[in-house]
Design a protein around this ligand. Structure first.
Ligand code: A2P
Length: 338
C-alpha cells in the first residue's frame, strides 16, 4: 500500500499542535512527517508518534523534496507566500487560513457536507472558518430536505479561536479580577473576562466584521447556494474552548419536527442532544476534545411559516480546524489510491 509524505506547517501553534494530536489518533497511510514553523521554533523538539521530531524553519525550499500533502496552520500571510510554492512542487495543500477560501479555483471543503469538491483542486484546498464548519454540518441535511430560505447566525465564540494570545487574555483577565493584578490585554481591544465582545476580526465599511462576512460567504459557497439570504453577528465570549451558535433557519417548505430531528440524527458526525425535561443541550465544555458537532434546543420558530431554531456547539480547534483538515487529507489519500 502506498504511503505518503505530509508536512505540518505551523506545527508549534494552537491548531498545529492539535493537528499532531488528531494525526496520532487516526491511522493515515503516511510514512513520513515533517514539522515546520517559524525561525523562532527551528531546532525545538516535539514528541510525536512515539518519536522526537526536530521542528524545521519554513522556507522557499521546504517543499523541494517530494511532499504529497501539507496542512498549513500558520496564518494568512504564511499561506499566501508558501502554499503556491508547495503546490507548484506537486504538494497538495490543505490551508487553514482565510487566504484562498473564496478563490473560485480553490475548493472549500467540509468532508461531511461537500466531499465531492476535493477532486476539483488545483493544488490548494481551503479549510473553512471554524464557525462556518460547525454550522454547515447542522444545516446541510436540512437544506437537502427542506431547502433553506434564510439564515440568522448569532455566535458565541471561544478565545482559543484567537490563538495563544487570546487564551492568555482570558487567563490574565481572570487573574486581574481575582488577584487584583494589572496585566494588559495582548489580543483583544477590551478585557474579554466578564465581557462579550461583538467584534471578531476587523470591521468593514458596511458595519459587519470580516468574521461575519466569512460566515455568510463561506456558507453560500459550501452549500452551493450563492443567493442564499444570510445575516450574522459574531461575538467573542469568555469561554476557553468550543464555539456555540444560535442558528435561526427559515425553510421554503414545511417540515414535521420529528422527521427534522431524525434527519439531523442520521447525518454523519452530528449528534443531537435535545431533551429539555432533562436539561440536555450542547455545552462547550462537553464538546471540547470531541470531533463531532452537537445540536440541541431544536424548536419551531413560530414567528414565520416554516422556521426552526438550533443551538450548535463544536470544538473550534478540532472540528473547526485541525480535525477537518486531517479528514480532508484522509479523503485525499483515498482519492489518490483510486
Ligand atoms: P512559531 O511558533 O515558530 O511562531 P498560533 O496561531 O497559535 O499563534 O500559531 C501560529 C503558528 O504559525 C505557529 O506554529 C508559528 O510558529 C507559525 N508561524 C507563524 N509565522 C510563521 C512564518 N512566517 N513561517 C512559518 N511558521 C510561522
Amino acid at each position: 500500500m502506498k504511503k505518503y509524505k505530509l508536512a505540518i506547517v505551523g506545527a508549534t501553534g494552537l491548531v498545529g499542535r492539535t493537528v499532531l494530536k488528531v494525526l496520532e489518533e487516526r491511522n493515515l497511510p503516511v510514512s513520513e512527517y515533517v514539522l515546520l514553523a517559524s525561525k523562532k521554533s527551528a531546532g525545538k523538539t516535539t514528541h510525536f508518534m512515539g518519536k522526537d521530531y526536530v521542528v524545521q524553519e519554513l522556507n522557499e525550499h521546504s517543499f523541494d523534496e517530494g511532499f504529497d500533502f501539507a496542512i498549513f496552520s500558520a496564518g494568512g500571510d504564511t499561506s499566501k507566500k508558501y502554499s503556491p510554492i508547495a503546490a507548484s512542487k506537486g504538494c497538495i495543500v490543505v490551508d487553514n487560513s482565510s487566504a484562498f477560501r473564496m478563490d473560485p479555483n480553490v475548493p472549500l471543503v467540509v468532508p461531511e457536507v461537500n466531499p465531492e469538491e476535493i477532486k476539483n483542486h488545483h493544488g490548494i484546498i481551503a479549510n473553512p472558518n471554524c464557525s462556518t464548519i460547525q454550522a454547515v454540518v447542522a444545516l446541510k441535511p436540512l437544506d437537502n430536505k427542506y431547502k433553506i430560505k434564510r439564515i440568522v447566525y448569532s455566535t458565541y465564540q471561544a478565545v482559543s479561536g484567537a490563538g495563544r494570545n487570546g487564551v492568555l487574555d482570558l487567563e490574565n483577565g481572570a487573574k486581574n479580577y481575582l488577584e487584583n493584578t494589572d496585566t494588559p490585554m495582548q489580543k483583544f481591544p477590551y478585557p474579554i473576562f466578564s465581557n462579550c465582545l461583538p467584534h471578531i476580526d476587523t470591521f468593514l465599511d458596511n458595519g459587519y466584521t470580516k468574521e461575519e462576512e466569512k460566515m455568510i460567504n463561506e456558507t453560500r459557497k459550501i452549500l452551493k447556494r450563492p443567493e442564499l439570504k444570510i445575516t450574522a453577528t459574531t461575538v467573542r465570549v469568555p469561554v476557553f474552548n468550543s464555539h456555540s451558535e444560535s442558528i435561526n433557519v427559515e425553510f421554503e417548505n414545511d417540515f414535521d419536527m420529528k422527521e427534522l430531528i431524525d434527519t439531523l440524527k442520521t447525518f454523519p458526525n452530528l449528534i443531537v442532544q435535545d431533551n429539555t425535561k432533562e436539561q440536555l443541550y450542547p455545552l462547550a465544555t462537553n464538546a471540547s476534545g470531541k470531533d463531532e458537532v452537537f445540536v440541541g434546543r431544536i424548536r419551531r420558530d413560530e414567528s414565520v411559516p416554516f422556521g426552526v431554531n438550533l443551538w450548535v456547539v463544536a470544538d473550534n480547534i478540532r472540528k473547526g480546524a485541525a480535525t477537518n483538515a486531517v479528514q480532508i487529507v484522509e479523503e485525499l489519500c483515498d482519492y489518490k489510491l483510486l
